[in-house]
Design a protein around this ligand. Structure first.
Ligand code: AMP
Length: 122
């Protein structure tokens, strides 16, 4: 699947849609989710045109990958959830229920994330 440069996160990166920025680094951008599931809900995205984790793992440079991992840790620190804990969620593709086709990691915290996914019935 080709990267869609008109997806909403691409527009946020280009400044065409407003967002509440939390962190920006050389290769990574983080902003608040518009529909927060917990008191802290930040989306961390690479600036490059990667759709899924697989794309990012195979196509991104080591500098981009390192920057992304470090930025997620820095967002946790900035949001004050390093000690209390948080959950990282990354939805990929159809079975992952990914809505926006630009790689993003949800960092949620500030309240219990609840238990892990339960096994699907049937
Ligand atoms: P996912 O289902 O993993 O693709 O998550 C997409 C996330 O993007 C959802 O949690 C939405 O609330 C969030 N979202 C969609 N549009 C915006 C926006 N304009 N600004 C911030 N977050 C957004």
């Amino acid at each position: 699947m080709a990267y869609d440069h008109q997806n909403i996160f691409a527009k946020i990166l280009r400044g065409e849609i407003p967002c509440t920025k939390v962190l920006e680094t050389a290769h990574t951008f983080a902003f608040r989710d518009i529909n927060p599931a917990r008191p802290v809900h930040v989306l961390v995205i690479p600036k490059g045109p990667y759709i899924t984790w697989t794309d990012f793992a195979t196509l991104a440079s080591p500098a981009e990958q390192t920057d992304f991992v470090r930025a997620i840790g820095e967002v946790a620190r900035l949001e004050g959830v390093t000690e209390t804990g948080f959950r990282l969620i990354n939805n990929n593709g159809e079975d992952g229920h990914q809505e926006v086709p630009h790689l993003h990691v949800h960092l949620v915290g500030g309240a219990s994330a609840g238990p892990m996914l339960r096994r699907a019935e049937g």
